[in-house]
Design a protein around this ligand. Structure first.
Ligand SMILES: C[S@@+](CC[C@H](N)C(=O)[O-])C[C@H]1O[C@@H](n2cnc3c(N)ncnc32)[C@H](O)[C@@H]1O
Ligand SMILES: Nc1nc2[nH]cc(C(=O)O)c2c(=O)[nH]1
Ligand code: SF4
Ligand SMILES: [Mg+2]
Length: 245
């Protein structure tokens, strides 16, 4: 692979502005850059079109400048929060994009499972670490997770965001929060009907989501876990699992 090629970013989709539907930045207008490819395979992943190699043909290798131009176009060149998600955006070369955008007053948030650490994490404005609970079928490598925190060098605003489907996931979230007492925690009820990637909101089990949301609020208050934030995926409530929103 040549130097030029290795600097290309594998992109599944770039969309927005929309609002950030999850976690610490919920409700904030943002442009999404969703990268293609992931080192995990969570059983309930809601973004399989950016994970499964079946969708590879839809992914584009783009230069930093091409991605930047798309962000600038979508935002009408008005500085906005850029959300880097995926797939796992940590496996893409995003350091130059972050520096490019910062030069124009844009800010950058990144969501990752914490399996791959990059030195450019320290350049982010917001780092959302989302370790995967037992229901995902994934194992957490806490050494790799710690490396992500070390790389961030306490520079970005860093939070934990944990998906909770059941009691075992809730116990995992409590253990993770106890391990990283310094980090704010956002709990998000799981959407157990990840649809085929081209599905629409009609198929979403909103009642099931609301039930899990109420159950989660109940668990947190019962435990007097008063530092936890419990939030639904706002974009899922508004648009279901529609892509590009
Ligand atoms: C699609 S992932 C992409 C970024 C990165 N791979 C990660 O998992 O953090 C973005 C966020 O969506 C969450 N997520 C994925 N599938 C979900 C589902 N079925 N229900 C609720 N949250 C989900 C993930 O846990 C993560 O916090
Ligand atoms: N509006 C909106 N908010 C989101 N927050 C996290 C998302 C993701 O899929 O990473 C997402 C998404 O796809 N859309
Ligand atoms: S780590 Fe994130 S993108 Fe990868 S499979 Fe899990 S939820 Fe999906
Ligand atoms: Mg999503």
């Amino acid at each position: 692979m040549t130097g030029a090629r290795s600097a290309e970013i594998r992109v599944s989709e770039i969309f927005g502005p929309t609002i950030q539907g999850e976690g610490v930045l919920i409700g904030l207008p943002t442009v999404f850059v969703r990268t293609g490819g992931c080192d995990f395979r969570c059983s309930w992943c809601d973004s399989l079109h950016a994970v499964d190699s079946r969708y590879r043909d839809e992914w584009r290798a783009m230069s930093t400048e091409e991605v930047w131009r798309e962000i600038a176009k979508l935002s009408g060149e008005e500085p906005v929060m850029v959300s880097l998600s995926g797939g796992n955006p940590a496996i893409q070369p995003l350091g130059d994009l972050i520096r490019r955008g910062h030069g124009e007053g844009y800010r950058f948030a990144l969501e990752t499972q914490g399996s791959v650490a990059r030195d450019w994490f320290a350049d982010l404005d917001v780092l959302v670490l989302s370790p995967k609970p037992p229901s995902s079928g994934m194992e957490t490598d806490w050494d790799a997770f710690d490396a992500c925190l070390r790389m961030s060098r306490d520079k970005p605003r860093t939070v934990l965001k944990i998906v909770v489907f059941d009691e075992a996931d809730y116990a995992y979230a409590k253990t993770a929060a106890a391990r990283y007492r310094q980090l704010p925690v956002y709990l998000q009820p799981g959407n157990h009907t990840p649809p085929p990637a081209d599905d629409d909101e009609a198929s979403i089990d909103i009642e099931g989501l609301m039930d899990r949301m109420r159950w989660l609020v109940g668990r947190v208050t019962e435990d007097k876990w008063f530092g936890a934030h419990v939030l639904p995926q706002l974009h899922v409530l508004l648009w279901g699992n529609k892509r590009g929103v």
